[in-house]
Design a protein around this ligand. Structure first.
Ligand SMILES: C[S@@+](CC[C@H](N)C(=O)[O-])C[C@H]1O[C@@H](n2cnc3c(N)ncnc32)[C@H](O)[C@@H]1O
Length: 218
């Protein structure tokens, strides 16, 4: 095959900002489609990492109370501050839903973090989790690049979530293809490619994993 490299034969990516400077990053396409498809679970008392953007956007009037968790102090809106892997401060069985998007890669012991999420969910409560397979490690050398521990595979995400929530209670989906992977690495945005291209699934080139896991009654 004759290759036409076009503008891509460069060692500098198109954007170092995940595509935010060009439109919507391609990982957000899969993340937000997953949350929209599971919006019925976002209700009651909802836990979200970082801020309550997705709780409000997808939960709307179904949400009675929104709590947020941040890794360190200095986020005035955070209800809880600490390390999800070691947290004992949050009471067990209090959340109906936990939205944990693009966070597991920052936690050295992701299984321990999943155990905390399982502990704080009500029986019947739902974890909505997303995690990256292919990604730049950071837009710049900011605070996140120093604590970026993992990229995941389907096997590692399935293993960890099934270990904690049980295989019957866990549904994982894989998203992406080689073009989507190229876009996230290059910092190209949803606006740079077509919906049909984004929706094409190639299991050999996962870009992102989503998991819906339900805490089983004891
Ligand atoms: C890039 S943000 C992702 C969350 C955001 N809601 C999103 O989807 O864009 C990374 C988040 O990971 C959280 N984080 C990093 N290490 C953590 C830890 N050990 N325990 C809990 N949260 C952690 C930070 O508080 C931060 O909000």
């Amino acid at each position: 095959m004759q290759l036409d490299w076009g503008t891509l034969r460069r060692t500098e990516p198109v954007s170092r900002h995940f595509g935010y400077d060009r439109g919507r990053p391609v990982d957000r396409y899969y993340i937000e489609r997953f949350l929209a498809n599971n919006a019925d679970c976002i209700k009651g008392r909802v836990f979200e990492i970082g801020d309550d953007t997705y709780t409000r956007q997808f939960g709307g009037d179904r949400v009675r109370r929104a709590d947020t968790f941040h890794a360190h102090a200095g986020s005035p809106s955070a209800t809880f501050v600490g390390d999800l892997a070691t947290d004992q401060a949050i009471l067990p069985d209090i959340f109906d839903c936990a939205i944990v998007t693009q966070t597991l890669q920052f936690i050295p012991d992701p299984v321990a973090a999943l155990r905390t999420l399982h502990r704080i969910l009500n029986p019947g409560g739902v974890l909505l989790l997303t995690a990256p397979a292919v990604t730049p490690v950071s837009a710049e050398s900011d605070e996140w690049s120093r604590m970026w521990y993992w990229s995941f595979t389907a096997a590692s995400i399935r293993h960890m979530t099934e270990l904690v929530f049980g295989a019957e209670a866990t549904a994982m989906e894989i998203h992406g293809n080689v073009l989507a992977c190229t876009c996230i690495l290059e910092g190209m945005a949803v606006e740079d490619i077509s919906t049909a291209e984004l929706d094409t699934f190639d299991p050999a080139y996962p870009m992102l994993f989503t998991v819906r896991a339900v805490k089983q009654p004891r």
